[in-house]
Write a protein that binds this ligand. Structure first.
Ligand SMILES: *Cc1c(COP(=O)(O)O)cnc(C)c1O
Length: 229
């Protein structure tokens, strides 16, 4: 199906899920995830009003940003190596994948050199799978406290992924755990930290994520179709 129709369906689905759970549909933003998607189709999504583009790889993102520009927000959602921090702080409006102090330290140092503040999310391994990156739920508050001391970083919330399952309901417990963690961090009242963003929900389970409090859903295949490898 064409990108425009797909985006319309997703927007309707997000709004319905928000209303079902007593939320304002306007509090949920749609990110188009564009790994392996060419510039022309990204432009189509932008023409439909999508204003957040999510990329997994720094180099791929740099090329696309060169072509498409900063009229939209570019978010980093993939695993970030510390040696790419230098580029990441210049390219991205929000980095979703900060899961260790050493990476935060390097992002802070590079932000200082670039004279900017970098907005970040803490990636949480809420499903507990070995294969997933992210800080364990039990260590997340300590990581947020450790990252909060870096003056050139601004913690804006949490990012998480659910375990893959055929049944979207299986993701609910994971998303709920992330929201509850968010609430505990708010209660801890850590200086300089805000928890306004919950980045969670992908093609297979984003309605459940919205019901559980997502503020950014990250969607690739439901917009652009299956990725060709
Ligand atoms: C690829 C990816 C997505 C989008 O996944 P879809 O299933 O295509 O919607 C979202 N978040 C992250 C971190 C990804 O790597």
């Amino acid at each position: 199906m064409p990108v425009r129709e797909n985006i319309e369906i997703i927007r309707t689905t997000i709004a319905e899920a928000a209303l079902r759970s007593g939320r304002n549909p306007g509090d949920v933003r749609l990110m188009a995830v564009t790994k392996m998607v060419d510039e022309e189709r990204i432009r189509e999504a932008v023409a439909c009003g999508v204003d957040i583009i999510g990329e997994n790889y720094v180099q791929e993102a740099a090329q696309k940003i060169d072509g498409i520009g900063h009229g939209v927000e570019w978010h980093m959602i993939g695993h970030l190596q510390s040696n790419k921090a230098k580029y990441a702080v210049r390219l991205f409006n929000l980095i979703h994948s900060v899961d260790r102090v050493s990476l935060a330290e390097e992002l802070d140092r590079r932000s200082g050199k670039a004279g900017c503040t970098t907005r970040i999310l803490i990636e949480v391994n809420a499903s507990g799978e070995d294969t997933k990156s992210g800080v364990a739920v039990g260590r997340a508050v300590d990581l947020v406290k450790a990252v909060a001391v870096f003056r050139n970083l601004s913690v804006q919330g949490l990012m998480a992924m659910a375990a893959w399952s055929q049944d979207p309901e299986q993701a609910r417990g994971t998303f709920r755990a992330v929201r509850e963690l968010r609430d505990r961090i708010i209660e801890a009242d850590i200086s300089g930290v805000t928890m306004k963003e919950l980045s969670m929900g992908m093609t297979d389970e984003y309605p459940v994520a919205v019901e559980e409090g997502a503020t950014i859903v990250r969607i690739g295949r439901a917009i652009f179709g299956e990725r060709k490898i």
